[in-house]
Design a binder for this molecule. Structure first.
Ligand code: ZN
Ligand code: ZN
Length: 208
């Protein structure tokens, strides 16, 4: 069994819209049907097993969002995530000296692929706290049409979950400019009380 690989799975229920009780259909931002987009990203924020924020955004809108992030934030968040992926990968790599050649190939066996998907979501990417012990956490995953891209490499992982504590630990990486851009996005696309949950700087959704 390899720890690394790519697998295309049906979108797990954890990544469905709780509001509609089915997979997300449209981009939150431009409303284009997601099946017409190359890729889309799903993000959810869970508190006590309930989504307090959920969204699917097409890759084009996602790129636009990334442009609005300050250069500084993008660099900070990318570096932080990278360090985190590498730390996790280091635990999976053979404990021998020298260079390891890791092949990241497509997993054909659904059982193996689903086991990898489960491993991605069983605990916080950063601190390893089990999901059932996290009261509040965020989920993020990359999808292609009606499939979820499950990918674990030594430098990246999708999907993933991050507990609130670890997310708060990243708040200082996010600049005021980025936070303001996010607040505007939230104002435009969400209404009502969930927004209250959202405008804290620690809740800025993580970039891939
Ligand atoms: Zn869009
Ligand atoms: Zn954590």
């Amino acid at each position: 069994m390899s720890h690394f690989g790519v697998f295309f799975s049906a979108i797990p229920k954890l990544f469905w819209s709780e509001y509609s009780d089915q997979p997300f259909q449209k981009c939150l931002s431009c409303e284009v049907p997601l099946v017409e987009c190359d890729l889309h990203v799903i993000q959810k924020r869970i508190v006590a097993n309930e989504a307090v924020m959920e969204m699917a955004v097409c890759n084009r809108c996602r790129d636009k969002q990334a442009e609005e992030m300050s250069e500084e934030t993008r660099k900070n968040v990318t570096e932080h995530m990278m360090a985190c992926f590498q730390k996790r990968a280091a635990e999976l790599l053979p404990q021998t000296e020298g260079t390891h050649v890791i092949e990241v190939t497509e997993i054909e066996d659904p059982e193996e692929g689903n086991a990898m998907l489960e491993r991605c979501l069983e605990s916080c990417l950063m601190c390893g706290t089990a999901r059932e012990k996290c009261h509040r956490y965020s989920l993020a995953g990359l999808c292609r049409d009606s499939e979820m891209v499950v990918q674990v490499t030594p430098v990246g992982q999708t999907p993933f979950l991050i507990c609130e504590t670890c997310e708060q630990g990243m708040a200082h990486l996010v600049s005021k400019k980025t936070r303001d851009a996010w607040d505007r996005f939230v104002e435009e696309h969400f209404d009502g009380p969930p927004g209250v949950e959202l405008d804290s700087p620690s809740h800025y959704p993580m970039a891939f």
